[in-house]
Ligand binder design. Sequence first.
Ligand code: ADP
Length: 537
Amino acid sequence: MHATMMNVPLSLNHLLDRAGHLFPENKVVSRLPDKTLRTHTYAQIHRRTRALASALQKLGIRKGDRVATLSWNHHAHLECYFGIPAAGGVMHTLNLRLSPDEIGWIAGDAQDRFLIVDDVLLPLYKQFAHLHKFERVIVFPFSGAPVAAEFDNYETKLAGAAPDTFTYPAHDENDPVAMCYTSGTTGRPKGVVYSHRSTVLHTLVGCLAENWGLRTSDVLLPVTPMFHANCWGLPYGAVMMGAKLVFPGPHLHPDDLLDLIKAEPPTLSVGVPTIWLGLIQRFERALTEEPGRWQLPNGMRSMVGGAAVPESLIRAFDRHGVWLQQGWGMTETSPLATVSSKVENAGEAERFRRAAMAGMPVPLVDVRIRTEDGSDAPHDGTSMGEIQVRGPFITGSYHEVPVAADKFTADGWLRTGDVATMDPQGFVRITDRTKDLIKSGGEWISSVDLENALMAHPAIVEAAVIAIPNEKWSERPLACVAMKPGQNATPAELGAHLLKHGFAKWQLPDRYEVIDAVPRTSTGKFWKLKLRERFPR
Ligand code: ADP
């Protein structure tokens, strides 16, 4: 017997057409370099995106060709998300926070044919232009300044295209649509390539009520850069649902974000913990120093992930009516793999304890925790092992890299390099990245647990814990702490604070170093590698 269902390929083109036809009046707002707001309707975005696809075809794009973007979060970048695949191309988002050498290397590795770049980022482009030759460089006049004749002008190309007669080239649902590079903390960055199928499935799973819970009536503020695991897939979801989008452009300072939140109050926002840490400190300071300057939208939800979300941060936002919902994942997992959805029927302590966990595997993603001896760790909330994942939006290899045993198991699961526990309810708790765990006298100490507890201390604003070599114990924890302005805490006070949080004496840091701030990676996460270099012993 055969199933009688139509064999229609899953397609991003469908999501785009849906927004254009069903939600033509819904809005996409972008903050421009001069901080003014520019609004487009989905009808306009739909037409402009089809114009982009038509223009790319006229420029000679072939199926599978890579078109790189070097852009902030704004409507034209959204047009690239859909327009490049609609033309048969593969969108490759370049991380503008990497060094010019790294960007050039990555563009070469991906064999990017064209580049679409914000005019305000041309100085960065010029620093790596000698490392990779793009056939065409298309400049988006984000600032409104004239585009130099040596480049193609994005707006001119769109104006000269034929969106009404453009037809989507036929495609298979497994054809590639986008690629992102991993951070390359160990060795060179590696390319992950997403397909129509993986992206549509990830979008559907993301939009579920327990995950992003994205509705047409939502107003989404994506602070996560569109080059960071494709903004965690949220732009695809917003277009599918026709939700209003508010893009912050290049203005990510806490004051700018608070101004934008005031002007265009979101119901849902997305970003790494360090963004929200900076925002809540600024907001709370303003409450006393400049009362009434800003409000946080009551009932706003925020998807937070990419790094551990301290319970103290979740509680701080909750005091102002905003719920932080934690997700765990990586570029390789599209990225959503687990979500800690709000536990409603539980006491306050339990609600926050669970919110500070990575949460439950999302549908379609298989998660297992493997111990060092290769067995499955019992789901008891304490047994640790490596998280391994499998599913239709998990990468099974890397772009032009031979499949290596350190990244994939013999039975085809992705080895994430994250260490975690799972409890009887299926909640995952990330203990550490394998390389960040502190191995002391044969026992593991979780740097994440120590950091979260330290950041709950009233004098501390940021904390990062690293391992330093120790002759007797092999490694011991060193805590790097940044204090709030005018505040202080002695090592003895911090030790007593940690003991109160349930740590054993042998788990306490041997040393505390006071630093100005924890260094950040290109995606805004705490960069412990830099601290290890600074404090090698
Ligand atoms: P990178 O951080 O290396 O630039 P990714 O954005 O792909 O690249 O990061 C994935 C990693 O981020 C995960 O393997 C994990 O270590 C960390 N991570 C993501 N979400 C969480 C979370 N909720 N809690 C703790 N760690 C997280």
